[in-house]
Design a protein around this ligand. Structure first.
Ligand code: PBG
Length: 332
């Protein structure tokens, strides 16, 4: 304890000096958050004429083909970096055939969207079977119900060709099958689509924070994805997955979810020399929205702080359901 007679030592170093005014704080800010770094995930559902609300993701909807075009036009106007498209078919089956069908909802939507925005916005598509299978898994099943890695790879190759043919700029293999990036890259190249980029969901965890997404895509999944998505206890393994994907030809690697995995984002950023993306997932969105709806949190500040934190951890690109709104907030 300080003796009453001893004078308090005045600090020699004063970090607060640089925090005194907004101008000083802006001058020395280490991290930027810009619209061009944000990617908006969008859902398009077959067979609807009006958008359908997703109750666990207030403000996010399943789009019809028409309203999807309005959303992408707005995304382009706002200067977003891109959109990530997810399709919800009317009918699902064991092999997810709607994913490969050139007339499947996602492939049609890709062509619509590219026709609407051209090169103004990077158009990406989720490359995974879970929205299309009746069992809800990311791949096809063996007779005894396990997810069959190599049989699934063959379908991913076909899906990559279908999406590239529809005109997509980048495909996002997200099923966590071993070897998926190599198979997708080879399929694209063999089909004369060497220009299509691969944004790989590399370190993707078996996360409870994907919960609301399952409602968003009308998923029929029973159980979990723990035999293919990563164990949340493993950080080094996330780096290993990212390095493997770079070796297999990934142009961008992704970590998902984002906020609970900022250590993985930072470690991956340090380990690779390709751009790193992070996906601020449905459950992370829902938590802030739910708290804000109760008046328990300052919604706009929490959105910008969340996205800035993901950037600070090392993500070059952030996928977020708040992309359009954040772009608007950043313009103020
Ligand atoms: C798989 C996929 C999922 C998400 C993105 N791509 C679901 C899953 O792996 O279970 C989750 C996104 C989110 O929660 O926001 N197609």
């Amino acid at each position: 304890m300080a003796d009453d007679d001893v004078p308090v030592t005045r600090p020699l170093v004063r970090p607060r000096r640089l925090r005194r005014t907004p101008g000083l704080r802006n001058l020395v800010a280490e991290t930027s958050l810009e619209a061009r770094q944000l990617v908006l995930p969008l859902f398009v559902r077959e067979g609807i004429d009006e958008p359908v609300a997703i109750s666990s993701m207030p403000g996010v909807v399943q789009h019809s083909r028409d309203t999807l075009l309005k959303a992408v036009a707005e995304a382009a106007d706002l200067g977003l970096g891109g959109v990530m498209l997810f399709g919800i078919p009317e009918a699902k089956d064991p092999t997810g055939s709607g994913a490969i069908d050139p007339g499947g909802i996602l492939n049609l939507a890709i062509t619509d969207v590219v026709g609407e925005v051209g090169d103004a916005l990077t158009v990406m598509s989720d490359l995974c079977l879970d929205e299309f299978t009746d069992h809800g898994h990311c791949g096809v099943l063996t007779p005894d119900g396990r997810v069959d890695n190599d049989a699934t790879l063959e379908l991913y190759a076909e899906m990559a060709r279908a999406q590239a043919h529809a005109g997509v700029d980048a495909v996002g293999p997200s099923g966590m099958m071993d070897g998926q990036v190599r198979v997708v890259r080879e399929a694209l190249d063999a089909a004369s689509h060497a220009e299509v980029a691969v944004i790989a969901y590399s370190a993707k965890y078996a996360s409870a924070f994907f919960g609301p997404f399952r409602e968003a895509v009308d998923s029929s999944l029973v159980g979990d994805r723990k035999t293919y998505q990563q164990d949340p206890r493993n950080g080094r393994e996330g780096v290993r997955e990212a390095l493997l994907d770079v070796e297999e030809g990934a142009d961008v690697v992704m970590v998902k979810p984002a906020l609970g995995y900022l250590d993985v984002v930072a470690a991956v950023r340090a380990a690779v020399d390709v751009p790193v993306a992070a996906y601020n997932v449905s459950g992370e969105y829902a938590m802030v929205e739910a708290a804000a709806a109760q008046g328990w949190i300052d919604r706009e500040a929490a959105i910008l702080e969340s996205l800035t934190s993901i950037r600070r951890a090392g993500a070059d690109v952030v996928l977020t359901y708040w992309a359009a709104e954040a772009a608007r907030l950043l313009r103020r």
